[in-house]
Ligand binder design. Structure first.
Ligand code: HEM
Length: 512
């Protein structure tokens, strides 16, 4: 067959083709200019590869993500872009930009990005305070949590649970120390204590230690399967992760099978008052059973209740435990800070046990905890934000659908806003030399709980827990390095929160 050569066409066709070619190239030129002008002006960032962007660079760096980001700061500055497969991530590590986004443009930056498939399963399709899009479901769930569970009055009602968990914590530490030449694991004990408080608040039913440990183990398994995978960023790799997807389904099933009977037990206890003598007067679940959700006719299903209870437990357990581990590490590293804190405690309460109300009268304790949350915010990034509509930040475009990450650790160590930021120095807050509004309303300098509309609703309760636990632990024991005279290793590791790379084992000596 003859090929279609130009000689087979008449001169008239030549003319038509030439005109068409002109038209077409003109059109392509115009379109490409238009698409260039429509291309968002994203913040700068490291060059990536086609399709995968920076994903493999991050994965192959062998560094935890926060370290990768830290290393990019000097080169790319306070706002930069990473392309993580199909996701575009904008990382912000300046206090001014965080204020602009989360306070000044708070409503626009208040939503969350789309979930990966694993998170969709565990969040029951975004039916939780932390995962919900900015809108009616979020408003209903958050309002309920804040007003009906975490208000100051409600919190007071759980004073006994806190006191009993603190007493048990001290007993556990004493027993562990006696059996181990004075050595105790800090994180394990602290997170267990706070987990007991949150469990009691959440379910309001009695549980033995075995059950508490079972739920704790299950929660940890959930956090492990929630760890992001490569196929979350590159869905085309999905077929290589079918085993992991199956595992996700199994873990969710286990979680439901373990927690639904507890939910039913509580439902039964409040439907038949007096039937369960050990049941507490009030629990988080009670606020959820018949919760009215804007735009929905039905109350939360059992699977949704599992999600909401898990959020309550997860939100406050590792975060608080982590804060205590770093606090004790700092007490060991700085015995003079520990002594000063102990003296303040003695001065305020004498020989009696610290009560949570006492901690309000302890300015040094308050400065230590504030410095702790500055230097070691338990999560180095606040939860991922997204914009409700295309927005501008620091002059750059923030398109809808991008993940917006606030690097709170970077902000809290910024030498432009903190003096000697790497030093652990509670006095900075006492001398009036420096201050910071932890809620961010009057300005952002540190954001361990986030700021703005999505600020952690557990802030009040969490600070009560950290103050009380640290005060009791320092009142009861003198903390020092284990093995004796060894140096505390302050290396960090990402494990949902940023924990100590080598879990802290400390030596305790009872004070009395
Ligand atoms: C020291 C302890 C804690 C720390 C450091 C902490 C930190 C945070 C941070 C950084 C955020 C993200 C804010 C944002 O997205 O901008 C957050 C959100 C949240 N936290 Fe906490 N948290 C702590 C304790 C708690 C406790 C005790 C609870 C409840 C029992 C809790 C429940 C939540 C919830 C539900 C959200 C999601 C809020 C929303 O999206 O509207 N947290 N927390």
């Amino acid at each position: 067959m003859d090929s279609l050569s130009s000689s087979s066409f008449s001169p008239c066709y030549h003319l038509i083709f030439t005109a068409l070619a002109f038209l077409l190239s003109g059109l392509i030129f115009l379109l490409s200019r238009k698409s260039k002008s429509m291309k968002p002006n994203l913040p700068p960032g490291p060059p990536g590869w086609p399709v995968v962007g920076n994903l493999f660079q991050v994965a192959q760096s062998g560094k935890p993500f926060f370290q990768y980001v830290r290393d990019l700061l000097p080169k790319y500055g306070p706002i930069f872009t990473l392309r993580m497969g199909t996701r575009t991530m904008i990382v912000i590590s300046s206090a001014d930009l965080a204020y602009e986004a989360l306070i000044e443009k708070g409503q626009i930056f208040a939503t969350r990005p789309r979930e990966n498939p694993t998170r969709t399963i565990f969040s029951c399709n975004k039916f939780s305070v932390n995962a919900a899009l900015y809108g009616p479901v979020w408003r209903s769930l958050r309002k309920n949590m804040v007003q009906n569970m975490l208000s100051a009055t409600r919190l007071k009602g759980f004073k006994n649970e806190r006191e009993s968990a603190m007493d048990k914590l001290i007993e556990r530490i004493k027993a562990e120390a006696e059996a181990n030449d004075g050595a105790v694991w800090v994180l394990k004990n602290a997170r267990f204590a706070v987990f007991c408080i949150l469990l009691a608040m959440c379910f309001g039913i009695e549980m033995d230690e075995k059950m508490i440990e079972r739920i704790d183990r299950m929660m940890k398994t959930v956090l492990i399967v929630l760890d992001p995978r490569l196929d979350d960023f590159l869905p085309l790799l999905g077929p290589f992760f079918s085993k992991q997807r199956k595992r996700v389904q199994e873990v969710r099933k286990d979680q439901i099978e373990l927690l639904v009977p507890l939910i039913e037990k509580r439902r039964n206890a409040i439907q038949n008052p007096g039937s369960d003598k050990a049941a507490a007067l009030f629990s988080y679940l009670d606020t959820l059973f018949d919760l009215k959700i804007e735009g929905r006719n039905s109350a939360p299903s059992n699977a949704e209740l599992v999600t909401l209870c898990s959020e309550f437990l997860n939100g406050g357990t590792d975060t608080t435990g982590t804060a205590i581990e770093w606090a004790i590490a700092r007490m060991i590293e700085n015995p003079e800070i520990q002594t000063r804190l102990y003296e303040e405690i003695r001065c305020v309460v004498g020989d009696r046990k610290v009560d949570e109300k006492d901690t309000e009268e302890m300015p040094y304790l308050n400065a230590v905890v504030k410095e702790l949350l500055r230097k070691h915010p338990p999560t180095y990034f606040v939860l991922t934000h997204a914009v409700t509509e295309p927005a501008k930040l620091g002059g750059y475009d923030i398109p809808k659908g991008t993940n917006v990450e606030f690097f709170s650790s970077g902000i809290a160590e910024d030498p432009k806003i903190w003096s000697d930021p790497l030093k652990f120095d509670p006095d900075r807050f006492l001398s009036g030399r420096e201050d910071a509004d932890i809620t961010g309303v009057t300005g952002v300098k540190m954001l361990p709980f986030g700021v703005g509309r999505r600020i952690c609703p557990g802030l009040g309760m969490a600070t009560v827990h950290v103050h009380l636990m640290l005060a009791r632990m320092v009142q009861e024991f003198e903390w020092s390095a284990y093995p004796k005279n060894s140096k505390v290793d302050f290396s960090e590791k990402l494990e949902f929160t940023v924990v100590m790379k080598n879990p802290l084992r400390a030596h305790v000596k009872p004070r009395v």
